[in-house]
Design a binder for this molecule. Structure first.
Ligand SMILES: Nc1ncnc2c1ncn2[C@@H]1O[C@H](COP(=O)(O)OP(=O)(O)O)[C@@H](O)[C@H]1O
Ligand SMILES: [Mg+2]
Length: 327
């Protein structure tokens, strides 16, 4: 498959101190939605800013649609669209005026621009509100306007940095529909960053997990889940003697008791092992209160590679205590 993006040893060190992106290598195939999954501060925005020419890499390079980041930056700007993490549209202007402004930035001839603007407004379902100030839009509408702005120059590659950050669940899944249809209708490559597992799982054809500026693992979501080599069967037993008997079940990779008191059985493939397990339980007169099967989720993939839960509270000083301590 032809690559749309090839990143080579890309590194960004801020102020000679903070290594925000650390020797990243990536190959992204043409026409796919590629997810970059990572917590806050992982280096996602820094990577996007380098790839869109907003900041210069400290070292390394990348090719976007064959153009070299360090030499063809103007050309790259023409063929890429970007929807940055923070809003770029102007609340004091209407939706339509915002799009006109972007068209001017790209020197798009007026007639062509007006036609594109109408098409884009229809596409993101903002045509009826095109003359309203953008500040009166809901969060989801405003993001849709940003999406339209990112498409104004008919890019080959579209970068979406945390496109649904801070939106509620319904609005987020509504935006996913637009992102999916953009990729399909325009047949462009989309690079999407997110710290929402469900978003990356839902949208991305392939993904990388990024942590502390490094790519830890890449692949399709099913591949990554499969790489964990195993499903989890959890059983709730009546007593410890049942647990002792269960320990001799041969088809498990691992059997252990977890904090809740449940027994966690790791198996290679629950579809195959479950019938064996049922037979074993009945033969040994073990009758669990419940049996639960879990296929590996992207959640567990993230924990496996980073050692942390993506939704874990990030360390933050106890501001309330510091505040009250000053009384
Ligand atoms: N302009 C900057 N100057 C110094 N440090 C920065 C700057 N921008 C980001 N950083 C730091 O670089 C790291 C990565 O940040 P960022 O790329 O914004 O991550 P993400 O988008 O994944 O949340 C963080 O430690 C952040 O504090
Ligand atoms: Mg960011």
């Amino acid at each position: 498959m032809e690559n749309s993006i090839e990143v080579e040893n890309l590194t960004k060190v801020y102020n000679g101190k903070v290594k925000a992106v650390d020797n990243v290598n990536l190959k992204i195939g043409k026409g796919m939605i590629y997810g970059l999954l990572g917590q806050n501060g992982a280096g996602k925005s820094t990577l996007i800013k380098m790839l869109t020419g907003v900041i210069k890499p400290t070292s390394g390079t990348a090719k976007i649609a064959g153009y070299d980041l360090n030499h063809d930056s103007l050309k790259i700007r023409r063929i890429t669209g970007v929807v940055p993490q923070d809003l770029t549209t102007d609340g004091d202007l209407s939706g339509k005026e915002n799009l006109k402004l972007v068209a001017d930035l790209y020197d798009i001839p007026k007639k062509d621009a007006l036609e594109s603007i109408d098409l884009l407004l229809h596409m993101v379902d903002l045509y009826d509100v095109r003359d309203r100030h953008a500040e009166t839009y809901s969060g989801g509408m405003r993001k849709r306007l940003e999406l339209a702005c990112g498409l104004m120059n008919k890019p080959d590659v579209l970068f979406l940095d945390e496109p649904t950050l801070g939106l509620d669940v319904t609005t987020r899944s509504n935006l996913w529909k637009y992102i999916r249809s953009i990729q399909k209708e325009f047949q462009i490559t989309i690079i999407l960053t997110s710290h929402y597992l469900d978003e990356v799982d839902e949208l991305a054809n392939e993904l990388s997990i990024i942590d502390h500026g490094k790519i830890l693992v890449s692949g399709t979501s099913p591949e990554l889940k499969k790489s964990l080599k195993g499903d989890i069967i959890t059983v709730h037993l009546k007593n410890d003697s049942e647990f002792e008997k269960l320990k001799s079940f041969k088809d498990a990779i691992d059997i252990k008791k977890i904090e809740t008191g449940d027994i966690r059985i790791k198996v290679s493939n629950s579809d195959e092992v479950l019938p064996e397990l049922m037979g074993f339980l009945s033969k040994n007169q073990i009758s669990p209160d419940s049996i639960n099967i879990r296929k590996p989720s992207l959640d567990e993939v993230f924990i496996e590679y980073t050692g942390r839960n993506i939704n874990a509270e990030q360390e933050k000083p106890d501001y309330a205590k510091l505040m009250m301590g000053r009384r």
